[in-house]
Design a protein around this ligand. Structure first.
Ligand code: SAH
Ligand code: DHB
Ligand code: MG
Length: 222
């Protein structure tokens, strides 16, 4: 099985399952035009995130790592009209492109982009008393252990925590890796697996983004 085959199957499925959505397509096009890296979730993964949020009945969502707001706009599709999503982004250019994409999608009233290092924004969210039904962690991987700790502070029993890129082409097997992304991901797995407040599992994925995976956890106690 080759990466090309995974990508071809992904594209076959996307053609079948994803009706054209001008706001989502414009967000990808605009991200590309502005030179943002193409590391957004794939279209089918975006719909998977949306379905998770919808199944969960999420009314408040926190995203760590906005980029051009592609995953943001998928997640927001699951929100009820009064629902809210806050997304954290450190790069001013990414935040700007994201805000324009959100405005074009007519979602500015539901989505707030907070500019700054997530580890500075997260304590502010806690001070402001926010609690989220769902947290999607998808920013700098070395900080994933910290992001998980904040996600636990900012959620309640029943909340859902999802983390992107937790397999990294199987790189997580390499305990001796000098790559801080791998080490951050390995620490994340150790924490997710051992945390008594969580019930967690990992879904390995292949497709247009190669071989990777998503961790999915539910908060089972406060
Ligand atoms: N969730 C997006 C992809 C996010 S890519 C999608 O699927 O569409 C990761 C993003 O995290 C990048 O935009 C990067 O600038 C941002 N990021 C990296 N380090 C960060 C930090 N310390 N705080 C907040 N955002 C960060
Ligand atoms: C990278 C980051 C992501 O969030 C992703 O989905 C894929 C790749 C990266 O930093 O390379
Ligand atoms: Mg990602």
């Amino acid at each position: 099985m080759s990466e090309e085959q995974w990508a071809a199957v992904d594209s076959y499925l996307a053609d079948l399952y994803l009706p054209s959505d001008s706001a989502l397509e414009a967000a990808l096009r605009d991200s590309d035009v502005h030179g943002l890296p193409s590391i957004n979730v794939s279209p089918m993964q975006g719909k998977f995130l949306m379905l998770l949020a919808q199944l969960h009945g999420a009314r408040t969502i926190l995203e760590i790592g906005t980029l051009g707001a592609y995953s943001t706009l998928w997640l927001a599709q699951a929100l009820p009209p009064e629902g809210k999503l806050i997304t954290l982004e450190v790069m001013p250019k990414h935040a700007e492109v994201a805000k324009a994409n959100i405005a074009r999608a007519g979602r500015s009233h539901q989505i707030e982009v907070r500019l700054g290092a997530a580890l500075e924004s997260l304590p502010k969210l806690a001070e402001e008393g926010h609690l989220f039904d769902m947290v999607f962690i998808d920013a700098d991987k070395p900080n994933n252990p910290h992001y998980l700790a904040w996600a636990l502070k900012l959620t309640r029993r029943g909340s859902l925590i999802v983390v992107d890129n937790v397999i990294r082409k199987g790189g997580v097997l390499n305990a001796e890796s000098g790559d801080p992304n791998i080490q951050g991901t390995r620490q994340l797995h150790a924490l997710l697996a051992a945390e008594p407040r969580l019930k967690a599992t990992v879904l390995q994925t292949v497709g247009s983004k190669g071989y990777d995976g998503l961790a999915i956890a539910q908060v089972i106690s406060d």
